[in-house]
Write a protein that binds this ligand. Structure first.
Ligand code: FAD
Length: 281
């Protein structure tokens, strides 16, 4: 990895809002982020259900029509092959050239369409149907996927996604840099050369961070958790501490040669912009 990374690819993630006001907020956030550091692209998350699927397409359309570089997330868990094929065609028509390709979270009721069961199968399907049109990003889990049977099998499954044709990977967020460096070591041992971009979650709210981390299997180190807990309702101190922790993590990652950073913005520009201003790029 090259140290003192000056050509880092910085990207931002949005989720499709449920209301018109939410859409306005997202557009304002995009403009603010663009004015600050011109992210290389904006990804838009994907829900397995029909409504959320449609709202991803709507936001992608809105951004693509403004000539904003957009990368829709696409998952296979709740969609038939035909639905995926139709969606890919719509994305090609909109000029989309990058996808974040996932299995998706299993719905709470456990029901899902299972023509394609895992992300590697979706990557293969996209390659079969659209060739090399799309740059394909897949998910990587330095702290392991919560359903994984063992670290080895989880890494084997990651390798399958690369073998199926992934061009890059974006990680689940983490606050422990050693987990990422260990993952990169494993990639190097296996001659996996695709860029693995760390996913960065700003710390702004203790309750929601804990809840989300428990579900997705991201560890909040004890020293961070204890400090956040101690701030309780002192939002200002909590956010200043969170900014310091995450900015330090980002700078360490870039110094260690991470190919870029992918910010989970939660549709807000302020914390991502504040981290960006602290980066020594
Ligand atoms: P996979 O790579 O298929 O892996 C899922 C699990 O199955 C892992 O435990 C893996 O080890 C195991 N596995 C893989 N292949 C096999 C096999 N052949 N046999 C047995 N086990 C296997 N979720 C959404 O719903 N919408 C989004 O927009 C979204 N965006 C995300 C973006 C990023 C960057 C990340 C990191 C995650 C995102 N997620 C999203 C969450 C993701 O969908 C979940 O983590 C999901 O549970 C797994 O998706 P995957 O693509 O990693 O699946």
């Amino acid at each position: 990895m090259d140290a003192n990374n000056r050509s880092a690819t910085l990207s931002c993630e949005f989720f499709p809002p449920r209301t018109e006001a939410g859409v306005e907020k997202l557009l304002t956030a995009q403009q603010t982020l663009h004015a600050t550091f011109q992210p290389a692209y904006y990804s838009v998350t994907f829900g397995a259900g029909g409504t959320t699927r449609d709202s991803t397409l709507e936001i992608v359309k809105l951004l693509a029509e403004k000539n904003i570089s957009v990368a829709p997330h696409i998952s296979c868990i709740g969609s038939s092959k035909q639905q995926i094929k139709d969606l890919l065609e719509q994305y090609i028509t909109l000029g989309v050239t990058r996808l974040v390709t996932l299995r998706g979270d299993i719905p709470d009721n456990g029901e899902s369409t299972k023509e394609l069961s895992h992300a590697n199968e979706l990557v293969s399907f996209i390659r079969e149907t659209t060739g090399n049109h799309f740059t394909i990003e897949v998910a990587a889990y330095p702290e392991y996927h919560p359903e994984s049977q063992s670290p080895q099998s989880d890494f084997e499954h990651f390798k399958n996604k690369v073998a199926a044709g992934a061009d890059g990977a974006i990680t689940q967020y983490f606050y422990n840099i050693d987990a990422y460096l260990h993952f990169i070591d494993n990639c190097q041992k296996e001659n996996i050369t695709i860029p693995v971009t760390p996913g960065i979650m700003p710390i702004t709210n203790f309750a929601s961070l804990t809840k989300f981390s428990d579900v997705c299997g991201a560890e909040i180190p004890r020293w961070i958790r204890k400090q956040l807990e101690a701030y309780a309702d002192d939002k200002e101190s909590l956010q200043a501490f969170g900014l310091d922790v995450v900015s330090t993590l980002c700078n360490q990652l870039l110094a260690q040669g991470a190919p870029g950073l992918h910010f989970y913005t939660l549709n807000q520009a302020s914390s991502t912009n504040a981290i960006w201003k602290n980066l020594s790029l």
